[in-house]
Design a protein around this ligand. Structure first.
Ligand code: DAK
Length: 256
C-alpha cells in the first residue's frame, strides 16, 4: 500500500495516511487502502487497538478536491458508492484512536469523528470548510459534529467553515486530550496501549453501547447497556478482573 502505512506494535497498530504532498487529501485510492488496512487489523487477534494518524502538518485536509470533485456529477458520485467505505470504517470493531496533528478539515475532520476517540497535538486544527467550495459536509460532518458539540457550535462551524484550534476543540468536547507538539504521537500510542491492556470483549461492548447512545432513544440505549452488561458476566475476563481485584494483583485479560 502506497497511500497508507501500517506499523504493527502489538498489541496496537498505527495506520498512517501517507500523501504528505497534498496534506493527506483523501483520494479514492487512499480511502480504499485505509479501509483494507483497518479491516485486516480488525480481523487480527494480536491487535487490540488501532491508531489512525497523519503527519505533523496534516491529519487530512479532506477529500481530494482535484481528483474527486472537479468533474464530479451527482450520478458519478452515486455510482462510486462513496458512503460504503465510510460505513465499513464505522463498523470496525476494535477501538480506533484518531491522533490528529495539523489540519483535520472536511473529510479529514469527518474521518477523525468516525473513529472512537480523538486526541490532538497542540498544533491541530479542525474544521468543516465545505461551504467555501459550494457544498456541505457529506461524510457525517453535520450529524456527528452536531451530536458532539451541540447545534449552535456545529452550526457556526459548518456555516462559516472556520478552523478550530486544539484547545477550543478540547473545550467543545471534540478532542479527549491535547498533547505537546513534540510527543503527540507517542502520547496517542500510550493511550492506545492503555486501552489494549483492557478486556477486549468489554471494550467492544462499551464502544458499541456509547455509539448506541448517539443513535437511539435513552430507553433503547439503557436496554442495550443492560444486556451487554449481563453478557460480560459470561466472560473469563470478568472472572479474571474481579479475582485480580480481590487478590490485589494486576489482571491479564485474554479476550475470552
Ligand atoms: N485536495 C487536494 N489537494 C489538496 C487539498 C485537498 N483537500 N488540500 C491541500 N491540497 C494540496 C494543495 O493543492 C497543494 O498542492 P500543490 O498546489 O502544492 O500542488 C498542497 O496540498 C499544499 O497545500 P497548500 O499549498 O494549500 O497549503 P497551505 O498550508 O497554504 O494551506 C490548507 C493548507 C489545508 C488550509 C489548504 O490546503 C486548504 O484549504 N485545503 C482544502 C481544505 C478543504 O477545503 N477541505 C474540504 C474538502 S471537501 C463523502 C466523503 C468525503 C467528503 C464528502 C463526501 N461521501 C462519503 C459522500 C469530503 C469532502 C471534503 O473534504
Amino acid at each position: 500500500m502506497a497511500n497508507v502505512l501500517v506499523t504493527r506494535e502489538d498489541p496496537i497498530a498505527v495506520v498512517q495516511l501517507n500523501r504528505p504532498e497534498v496534506l493527506n487529501a483523501l483520494s479514492e485510492e487512499l480511502m480504499d487502502e485505509l479501509v483494507r488496512a483497518l479491516e485486516e487489523l480488525d480481523d487480527d487477534k494480536a491487535i487490540r487497538c488501532i491508531v489512525v494518524t497523519g503527519n505533523d502538518k496534516a491529519f487530512a485536509a479532506g477529500a481530494d478536491i482535484k481528483s474527486s470533485f472537479v468533474e464530479a456529477t451527482p450520478v458519478s458520485m452515486l455510482e462510486q458508492d462513496l458512503t460504503t467505505r465510510w460505513e465499513r470504517i464505522r463498523r470496525i470493531r476494535k477501538p480506533i484512536v484518531a491522533a490528529v496533528s495539523g489540519y483535520a478539515l472536511g473529510g479529514g475532520c469527518e474521518l477523525a469523528m468516525v473513529c472512537d476517540i480523538i486526541v490532538a497535538s497542540e498544533t491541530a486544527q479542525f474544521g468543516q470548510p465545505e461551504v467555501n467550495l459550494g457544498i456541505i459536509p457529506g461524510a457525517g460532518g453535520t450529524q456527528r459534529l452536531t451530536r458532539t458539540v451541540g447545534k449552535y457550535v456545529a452550526m457556526e462551524m459548518v456555516l462559516t467553515g472556520r478552523r478550530v484550534k486544539a484547545d477550543e476543540a478540547k473545550a467543545m468536547g471534540l478532542v479527549a486530550h491535547v498533547y505537546p507538539a513534540a510527543s503527540w504521537l507517542d502520547d496517542a500510542k500510550a493511550l492506545a496501549r492503555t486501552i489494549a491492556e483492557k478486556p477486549p470483549i468489554a471494550i467492544r461492548l462499551a464502544t458499541e453501547a456509547i455509539d448506541v447512545a448517539l443513535s437511539s432513544t435513552l430507553d433503547a440505549g439503557l436496554e442495550f447497556e443492560r444486556k451487554a452488561f449481563y453478557l460480560l458476566f459470561a466472560t473469563e475476563d470478568k472472572k479474571e478482573g474481579v479475582d485480580a481485584f480481590v487478590n490485589k494483583r494486576k489482571p491479564t485479560f485474554r479476550g475470552r
